[in-house]
Design a binder for this molecule. Structure first.
Ligand SMILES: Nc1ncnc2c1ncn2[C@@H]1O[C@H](COP(=O)(O)OP(=O)(O)OP(=O)(O)O)[C@@H](O)[C@H]1O
Length: 263
């Protein structure tokens, strides 16, 4: 099966600082991938290259076979993006904001109304969608931005820290919704510091440290490979982070590795 997202030998610096180094990763449709890593590991830089906000200096990123640099429009049309700091227009209501987004995607008024009603239902926005965005809590903003990102039925949803600032009910809603959409073929790429959530909902995780992807695979594969007494994702993650080797399993990481294979 062809991968929906590919990173091939992707690198990006800020001045003399290497933020992402030789990143190779493939994601499939119907997969939820969670990228973990300490502050400054390179997760947001990776996400910005995936959604077309930053150009890789080396290598290529493709979505649905389209190169993010050469075929930006086609690639971006397949993507939905939820940034870590949700941005809305204060003086628009949530409904007006969603209508604006629908217009940007070229939907006519009737189509827009139908899609917006679907998103209001899906993300439970009804009680505040007609209020001005300036009155929203962080969680309300985040849910509205999720709705905007899903409005055009993207093939890939990219989320930077999806659960920060959400109350327990909203966290449950977002987790359940992501799993439902993934079961219907959506590919989700998310970065997170919430290890328990990654363990609960991700099909595969990636662990990044100091610009390098050290591990990709399932949590069970990580358990098999890390000689740690404690087998919670938190202890496995901390073991990897504290390892002194750049490639703690002796080989470069590659998402295409077979389950159980050393990576
Ligand atoms: N605009 C920038 N200018 C200079 N350096 C930057 C810039 N953005 C990020 N960096 C540096 O690049 C590295 C990777 O940063 P990035 O934001 O991708 O990490 P992150 O894993 O998303 O971190 P966090 O979990 O804190 O969000 C860090 O060392 C950071 O200081």
């Amino acid at each position: 099966m062809a991968s929906i997202v590919t990173f091939q030998a992707v690198g990006r610096d800020y001045g003399t600082k290497r933020a992402v180094d030789d990143l190779n990763l493939d994601l499939q449709t119907g997969e939820l991938f969670a990228l973990l890593g300490h502050n400054g590991a390179g997760k947001t830089t990776t996400i910005k290259m995936l959604v077309g906000l930053l150009r890789p200096q080396t290598g290529t990123v493709t979505v649905g076979g389209y190169d993010l640099v050469k075929d930006t429009r086609d690639a971006v049309s397949l993507l939905g993006y939820v940034p870590d700091q949700p941005y809305l227009y204060d003086k628009l209501s949530g409904r007006e904001f969603l209508d604006f987004i629908a217009g940007m995607y070229g939907y006519d008024a009737k189509q827009s109304r139908t899609l917006i009603e679907r998103e209001i239902e899906r993300f439970g926005l009804a009680s505040f969608v007609d209020d001005l965005c300036e009155s929203y809590s962080h969680g309300m903003k985040q849910r509205t931005v999720f709705a905007a990102a899903m409005l055009h039925n993207p093939s890939v949803l990219v989320i930077d820290e999806p659960l920060v600032g959400l109350d327990p009910q909203s966290i449950r809603l977002v987790k359940d919704l992501l799993r439902t959409e993934v079961s219907q073929g959506l590919c989700v790429f998310m970065s997170t510091h919430t290890l328990a959530a990654a363990e609960e909902i991700a099909d595969r995780i990636g662990v990044m440290r100091q610009s390098k992807l050290l591990f990709t695979g399932t949590v069970d594969e990580l358990r098999d490979q890390v000689p740690s007494e404690q087998k919670s994702l938190e202890s496995l993650y901390l073991h990897l982070m504290n390892s002194t080797d750049d490639q703690p399993f002796g080989k470069s990481t590659d998402a295409a590795a077979e389950p159980g294979e050393n990576i």
